[in-house]
Design a protein around this ligand. Structure first.
Ligand code: TXA
Ligand code: MG
Length: 328
């Protein structure tokens, strides 16, 4: 299969491009498209065969459930049931935007979307291209990040092609994605709600509506069936660049001293505290370093607040859990 790329205007996408992409979705094909977080790999969420193609194209284990993207609130009631008032309040506050809600799944959504769970993860994306595609397709769109399984998420069209060229029909190239990290995933089927993945909507923002919500990650080293069932998408080896990545924690002076020691052996470095900028660049930087043939990446810690918590989560997993904490 040859992957066709169409360049689209990220602010007001060309109707012809959207129309073509929507017709691919409607006939069960795969389309990669930009969202405000990362590029997604989309298929008709109500078509089990189309959804199966997503898992195949990504080499993704069938135990890892997908996020369903909707264009309008009416679609929420089509795919989820027993929707609590809190879900409506969160949708009103953060949709369209980078917040994914896990709710009770309706039978119209095929089980493979949810990796067999009774739940479904839903979000309404804010990116004009994603919105237009969802609206024109007329169906909810299941879309994981458009990368091969366990690799870094794509924030530019070129990243999608590196992983998926020849595996998907169409790519809408809308330029770099504005946030650069995936959506926040919040499970509303548990009480109190459980933050499964920090992301584009900050924990502090959620806590204004849900004071008791915390982030207590359950990263897992292997993808056993039981673990995958309890904590989908929490594999410790994830977002991996080819280079070794080591994450440092602790007081900045001691971290720097320790980094210097490690760097003496391996030579590395780099610093910046603009968290929004780091968020936007973190995945593309790992890819870029890989392309330069780098063998070891040292990352200095930073404040785990705001988008910083999401960045930390991605890096701890890129490091496969190997945090060098000089305060311990
Ligand atoms: O920002 C994003 O969320 C991007 C864009 C494309 O929307 N999508 C994305 O999808 O990051 P993906 O497949 O890379 O991550 C989906 C994750 C799963 O790994 C799991 O952690 C969680 O969402 N998830 C999905 N469905 C779930 C469910 N039914 N129950 C619990 N967690 C679920
Ligand atoms: Mg992903």
């Amino acid at each position: 299969m040859v992957t066709k790329t169409i360049i689209v205007n990220p602010v007001s996408p060309e109707p012809a491009a959207i129309h073509e992409a929507a017709s691919v979705i409607r006939r069960g094909g795969l389309v990669a498209f930009p969202t405000e977080t990362v590029y997604g790999l989309g298929a008709n969420a109500l078509d089990a065969d189309a959804v199966r193609k997503i898992f195949a194209a990504k080499d993704r284990p069938a135990s890892d459930p997908l996020i369903v993207h909707i264009a309008a609130l009416a679609q929420l009631d089509e795919i989820a049931e027993q929707i609590p008032p809190l879900a409506r309040a969160l949708a009103a506050a953060f949709w369209p935007g980078p917040l994914t809600l896990v709710l009770k799944r309706r039978a119209i959504v095929p089980a493979n979307v949810a990796a067999g769970r009774e739940t479904v993860a839903v979000r309404m994306p804010a990116h004009p291209v994603a919105q237009a595609l969802c609206a024109a397709s007329g169906v909810p769109i299941a879309a994981p990040s458009a990368n091969l399984f366990s690799r870094t998420s794509p924030t530019e069209a070129a990243h999608v092609l590196e992983d998926l060229a020849g595996r998907i029909e169409l790519l809408l190239d809308g330029g770099p994605t504005p946030i650069g990290l995936e959506s926040t995933v919040l499970d509303l089927t548990q009480s109190p709600p459980v933050l499964l993945r920090p992301g584009g909507v900050a924990l502090e923002q959620l806590q204004r509506l849900i004071p008791e919500v915390v982030f207590a990650p359950r990263y897992m080293a292997t993808h056993s069936q039981a673990d995958a069932q309890a904590s989908p998408g929490m594999l410790l080896k994830h977002y991996s660049p080819h280079a070794k990545l080591r994450l440092f924690a602790g007081a900045p002076e001691r971290v720097l001293a320790r980094m210097r020691e490690v760097a003496q052996q391996a030579q590395a470095g780099g610093r910046s505290d603009d968290l929004a900028l780091i968020g936007r660049r973190v995945f593309s930087s790992m890819r870029e370093l890989d392309q330069h043939g780098v063998e070891l990446i040292l990352v200095r810690g930073f404040a785990r607040e705001g988008i910083g918590l999401a960045i930390w989560d991605r890096l701890i997993r890129a490091a496969e859990g190997r945090v060098i904490d000089v305060d311990l």
